[in-house]
Write a protein that binds this ligand. Structure first.
Ligand SMILES: [Zn+2]
Length: 411
């Protein structure tokens, strides 16, 4: 049973949502017009709009003096203020950090990248990120004064990452709630939100890099699973007992066949001395037959796992990320043809299989999309997308009131 004050807060929030929604739909309105349209008393609307104005979620744009015929004081007109809310997405990679900032109308207002050596530790990475964020402010005039929430993508998960430390450092610096998640997961969400098919509601994303990570978007939402491990396709066993030992402790995982180090090691084992992606690029350019075979083997393993996942989830798109996918088209072709074979008995289930379209910016944009989705006020607003706006924006929503400082978003 909710307590009396809890119930009051729920009613209050519901009223706020109705007011914000009508402003989203109608543009600027007077308090009287709002009261009429949402069916609340003028007193209640005055209270709610007063609070929303104070919190910066809405703004006074003008008065109705111009269109007014009668006498009396002109009424103020209120509207959503796109500048009233900012959302920051941060994507830490192994060698660079990317930051994007969007306003409450989902417009990206600042974006940039800073690099650091792969050996850099977290304090150095965080410093690079904060310097970048300050530089973006100086360049664009965005002052983060209305920052509603921050989502930070980091590589991998588990003990190797000071996820709480990263969250606390951002929270202390900006006084906004912070979510930390795997950056591959955010990249998958961004691919769904920015899909050429407007937005892909059901999508599987796999990134082939130093490791192999994945991400699931179902019904337009990022799937985290019970313990935050959904989409770990890299550790599906594909080679069995005689497979190579994986860093997870098992043998024959996808990662032991299709990660970049695994592909390079397999080429070396077959007598082709490749040490880097540049070496691989050169070998692909001359269509080196052994390298082609290794890439096809990797593509087949990945395609089988993704084919099984596609039978489970019936996605409209399967997206492959990672530099190796750009360098070696054979890999993507083999994945696609294997998936086509796996699903050949279900022809109308065949997903589009494509390379990732967002390079560096994907993780940061996906982090912002996750914030929009996770916001309790925004979550219930499946408003029609505005075709005049480019996508960060799976949905066009209103600014939200500032949550209590220190609150964590549900993860
Ligand atoms: Zn493994």
């Amino acid at each position: 049973m909710p307590t009396a004050s809890g119930a009051h807060a729920l009613v209050r929030r519901s009223h706020e949502e109705r007011v914000l929604r009508i402003l989203q739909q109608s543009g600027a309105l007077s308090r009287g017009e709002i009261a009429e349209r949402v069916g609340l008393s003028r007193t209640t609307v005055s209270e709610i709009t007063g609070d929303l104005l104070e919190r910066g979620a809405i703004t006074v744009v003008d008065t109705d003096a111009a269109g007014r015929t009668g006498s009396g004081r002109p009424a103020e007109r209120l509207a959503l203020d796109p500048g009233s809310g900012q959302f920051m997405g941060v994507d830490f990679g192994h060698r660079r950090v990317h930051v994007a900032v969007a306003d409450a109308a989902h417009e990206v207002v600042a974006t940039g990248t800073a690099r650091y050596p792969e050996s850099a530790r977290w304090p150095q990475r965080l410093t690079a990120a904060f310097e970048l964020i300050e530089r973006l402010s100086a360049e664009t005039g965005v002052h983060y004064g209305a920052l509603q929430a921050i989502a930070v993508g980091v590589p991998g998960w588990g003990n190797r990452l000071p996820a709480d430390g990263v969250a606390d450092t951002f929270a202390m610096r900006f006084g906004a709630p912070v979510t930390v998640d795997n950056h591959v997961r955010y990249a998958g969400l961004a691919e769904a939100a920015h899909s050429a098919a407007d937005s892909a509601q059901n999508l599987i994303y796999l990134r082939l890099s130093d490791g192999v990570g994945g991400s699931l978007v179902v019904g337009g939402r990022l799937v985290r699973g019970a313990g935050g491990h959904a989409g770990e396709f890299g550790h599906v066993t594909v080679a069995g007992e005689d497979g190579a030992l994986c860093r997870c402790g098992k043998r024959g995982c996808v990662e032991t066949i299709a990660s970049v180090p695994a592909v390079l090691a397999r080429c070396r084992a077959l007598g082709v001395p490749l040490d880097s992606l540049d070496d691989l690029r050169a070998a692909v350019a001359i269509a080196q037959p052994t390298v082609d075979r290794v890439l096809r083997e990797a593509g087949t393993a990945v395609g089988r796992v993704l084919g099984a996942a596609a039978m489970t989830l019936n996605p409209s798109e399967i997206v492959l990320g990672g530099e190796i996918v750009q360098i070696a088209p054979t890999l993507l072709h083999q994945v696609a043809s294997t998936i086509t074979y796996e699903l050949s008995w279900l022809p109308d289930a065949a997903p589009v299989v494509r390379a990732a379209s967002l390079a560096d910016s994907g993780g940061a944009l996906g982090a912002i999309t996750a914030l929009f989705h996770d916001s309790p006020l925004l979550a219930s607003y499946p408003a029609a997308p505005d075709p005049s706006r480019p996508a960060v924006k799976e949905r066009h929503v209103h600014p939200i009131p500032a949550p209590a400082r220190g609150t964590r978003w549900p993860s």
